[in-house]
Design a protein around this ligand. Structure first.
Ligand code: N01
Length: 493
């Protein structure tokens, strides 16, 4: 008979060692909440920046803002950072924080259930059991790759891999390659592949609005100035933040303003592409911003190259060595890359989190869609905190700002539990309902609901449960302190 191991008791169990989990670890530690573990499935910190190593991977949020406010990096090489530089930054911040001794790598969280008797989360991992007072999920909104459901794809005899699981052992030089998808990942991959492959078929279901990327290297003088006078870097950062924030109303209240963006993109298309048919294929018919606006100088020029074909006929099946489209054309390939995105509105991790009444987050969210209070806590799930939870993602600015705001709220909740001698806190059903209704109301005039597109922002009920419908400073303000009066509380016994 298998013996039951005694779980390791910890105050806080954090899931994921990306920006979110690392931020939680650092801020808990600073607040004296030092008894925590961070469980990470990969072998190092980095999260999405550990997983996404595809050619051309880079961030489309400016480097100055895509970094922690408490760990500025004077050495960013350019306005937008490539993936290796971001990963190196995260590793450095983690090492310098002195928290790495509490990270457990190469370990999967298998199951987490709330035990009302003990007021603890019983967490089963591939490396043992834990019993934690709080469960802090930093597992990422875009971390579970979504493979396309295409007839015959399992029978493809060549190499096939997802953009977020790039197979670097496959040499693509001179090969016939197909890529499915034209989202943020694909538009970075395609220009890189175009240069090395023999032929590239790009399968586009819906075109995107792709604006120019204002790339520029930071000079040695600037970096030196940032190092010696950090206030100058803070000023640059503040300027970038203000510029991005000024664009929020075009997404949330005045989508008509997006016509300016569309005009800019059409000019970019006209400059890069001579063929009128190709121009038409890449020009979206929905309002810019409805899907994420993408940034690249290389995407349209790459599509115009002789070794690239943009295919817009729907894919009907994949055979052992080809992709077949609705018009009957069969295009033979050696390698298939799928850049088809992630499970966002029905996150698979929700199946493994069981709340107070024995239902999983997936059960609860499956009924009406993802919902929570302030994007961070969920009724029925005591002491559960989700970083990058419902309605917290952004289409216009840096997620690091949101992550820091949520972590501040969570650390304040941990302090409240301790200082007020509470065993558990859980948002009241009314508080969550009121918040959810406010989100729905605020969503109505946004470009995401009125722009005439289908996007991964929307769930199966047609609700936008992913994005924050406003300016980020408002989000920070709303989460500035833990509002325990909106919570049901259970005292320590
Ligand atoms: O994924 P996506 P992504 N048959 O879901 C198509 C962040 N990110 O990995 O639009 C055919 O956006 C799908 O078509 P359609 C960023 O937040 C950031 O590119 O649904 N096609 C779409 O074209 C981003 O938004 C950065 O009609 C199929 C594509 O696949 C998010 O991650 C870089 C299909 C999926 O696009 C996700 O981006 C990368 C099917 N069955 C990612 N299924 C930067 O910071 C899907 N598609 C730069």
């Amino acid at each position: 008979m298998a013996t039951k191991t005694t779980p390791t008791l910890v105050d806080h169990l954090v899931v994921g060692a990306g920006f979110a989990g690392l931020c939680a670890a650092i801020k808990l530690d600073e607040a004296g909440e030092t008894d925590f573990v961070v469980i990470e499935k990969d072998s190092d910190v980095g999260g999405t920046w550990f997983a996404n190593t595809y050619p051309g991977a880079a961030c489309d949020v400016p480097s100055q803002l895509y970094s922690f406010s408490f760990a500025l990096n004077p050495d960013w090489s350019s306005h937008y950072s490539p993936q290796p530089e971001i990963l190196a930054y995260i590793k450095r911040v983690a090492r310098d924080s002195g928290t790495l001794d509490r990270f457990v790598f190469d370990t999967l969280v298998l199951d987490a259930r709330w035990d009302d008797g003990q007021s603890r989360w019983l967490v089963s991992t591939s490396a043992g059991e834990y019993a934690a007072r709080t469960l802090i999920a930093g597992s990422g909104g875009l971390s579970e790759p979504r493979m396309p459901e295409i007839d015959g794809i399992e029978g493809f005899q060549g190499e096939v891999f997802h953009s977020a699981r790039w197979n670097h052992d496959v040499d693509l030089t001179g090969k016939r390659v197909a890529i499915i998808g034209t989202g943020a990942s694909a538009i970075q991959i395609v220009p890189e592949l175009q240069r090395v492959v023999g032929h590239l078929d790009v399968y586009q279901r819906t075109p995107n609005w792709v604006i120019p990327r204002n790339e520029r290297k930071y000079t040695g003088v600037e970096k030196e100035l940032f190092r010696r006078v950090p206030a100058t870097q803070r000023a640059v950062r503040a300027g970038i933040y203000a510029t991005l924030e000024s664009r929020a109303p075009a997404f949330t209240r005045f989508p008509g303003l997006m016509r300016a963006v569309e005009g800019q993109v059409k000019k970019q298309i006209a400059k890069a592409i001579d063929d009128p048919e190709l121009r038409e294929k890449v020009t979206p018919t929905y309002r810019a911003g409805c899907k994420r606006i993408l940034i690249s100088n290389a995407w349209y020029p790459a599509l115009a190259q002789d070794n690239v074909e943009l295919v817009t006929d729907p894919i009907t099946k994949v055979t052992a060595d080809a992709v077949v489209t609705a018009d009957g054309t069969e295009r033979p390939i050696d390698v298939l890359v799928v850049a088809t995105g992630f499970y966002v509105t029905e996150p698979p991790m929700a199946q493994h989190v069981t709340g107070r009444d024995g239902r999983t987050l997936a059960d609860v969210w499956g009924e009406h869609g993802m919902a929570g209070y302030k994007g961070t806590t969920v009724s029925g799930f005591p002491n559960y905190f989700q970083i990058v939870g419902p309605n917290t993602a952004l289409g216009h600015s840096s997620m690091i700002f949101i992550i820091e705001s949520q972590v501040r709220y969570i650390v304040d909740a941990a302090r409240t539990l301790r200082e007020q001698g509470l065993a558990a806190v859980e948002p009241t059903a009314e508080a969550q309902q009121e918040w959810t209704e406010a989100m729905r109301e605020r969503m109505k005039p946004t470009v995401w609901m009125t722009g005439g597109c289908a996007s991964w922002y929307l769930d199966k009920f047609g609700n936008n449960t992913t994005l924050w419908p406003g300016q980020t400073f408002r989000f920070r303000q709303l989460l500035s302190s833990f509002d325990v009066d909106k919570y049901d509380v259970a005292p320590l016994t």
